[in-house]
Write a protein that binds this ligand. Structure first.
Ligand SMILES: *[C@@H]1O[C@H](CO)[C@@H](O)[C@H](O)[C@H]1NC(C)=O
Ligand SMILES: *[C@@H]1O[C@H](CO)[C@@H](O)[C@H](O)[C@H]1NC(C)=O
Length: 265
């Protein structure tokens, strides 16, 4: 009898739950489930609020939409709610959780040469306090204002990345911070990282004056190549931009954090 009940549950209730769970993370989708299949406008149906910005964000996160300079004007509210609400944190957590499972599954030589590459902005540190005052990416990038914010050294940690960082250290994997920030922001960056809990690292690599003008993909590939030439094994690599993760010497696995606010090539 008990077995029958289990089979009954497995065949009836569980499929309903498992079909429902992706929508459960995003309540508006449950409501609009059917409507999503309709055209957005014209004779076929009315506009579904939020849909086009959600598609835009998916396109950005999958690297289908590239080379953009600012987020669509109409998506400022959507991106703001995403970044300040639960979903950004849940999405970040899903990424760092997978990264941790992967790291825990490895049997690594204990020779001090295992490293994990962390990007800085929107990965180790969050500039959300800055972007919240600048339209979440609607305003074109303003180097003067952003650099001023960086020099204040007040960026909080992205909590999910900080947690991953601590667990990796306990697994004997050292951190390498690789950032597109220029060398003259080294001390502000180091102070900021330390202040929010990144207490130690193997290297903090910043962009040298001679590298000004090289794309992030090229600059970061070269830096990772140099690491490997120096005997380091890049076990993992995490960043919010595809340019953190593409190119050469990318590491054994890459992990893409969400960032619908800006694009760097
Ligand atoms: C950046 O912001 C400052 C201060 O608001 C402004 O004076 C400057 O013109 C802006 N620069 C660009 C390139 O928009
Ligand atoms: C990482 O990749 C290299 C090169 O493909 C391989 O030799 C090594 O076993 C991999 N290490 C891990 C931990 O997967």
């Amino acid at each position: 009898m008990a077995l029958l009940l289990v089979l009954f549950l497995a065949n009836t209730i569980l499929p309903i739950f498992s079909e429902g769970s992706p929508q459960a993370a995003d309540p508006p989708l449950i409501h609009h489930q059917i409507h999503l299949l309709r055209p957005q406008s014209g004779a076929g149906g009315s506009h579904v609020p939020g849909l086009s910005c959600l598609s835009w964000r998916l396109g950005v996160e999958t690297n289908n939409i590239i080379g953009w300079r600012t987020i669509p004007q109409d998506c400022e509210g959507y991106v703001g709610h995403y970044m300040l609400g639960h979903q950004y944190r849940l999405d970040s957590k899903a990424v760092t959780y997978e990264a941790l499972l992967y790291a825990q599954s490895l049997k690594l030589p204990n020779d001090g040469k295992n490293v994990w590459v962390f990007d800085v902005d929107e990965t180790s540190l969050s500039n959300l306090p800055y972007y919240a005052h600048h339209g979440f990416g609607v305003e074109p990038y303003n180097a003067t204002l952003f650099n001023k914010w960086v020099m204040e050294g007040k960026a909080p940690a992205l909590p999910e990345s900080l947690k991953l960082y601590s667990k990796l250290l306990s697994l004997g994997i050292k951190a390498v911070f690789l950032t597109g920030r220029p060398e003259d922001q080294r001390s502000a960056t180091a102070t900021n990282l330390k202040k929010v809990g990144y207490r130690t690292w193997e290297k903090l690599i910043l962009k040298q004056p001679s590298e000004t003008g090289t794309t992030a993909v090229v600059y970061k590939s070269n830096a990772r190549k140099k690491l490997e030439e120096n005997g380091y094994r890049i076990i993992g690599n995490i960043g919010d931009q595809w340019s953190d993760l593409l190119g050469t010497n990318t590491g054994n696995r890459t992990f893409k954090l969400p960032d619908p606010m800006y694009y760097l090539s």
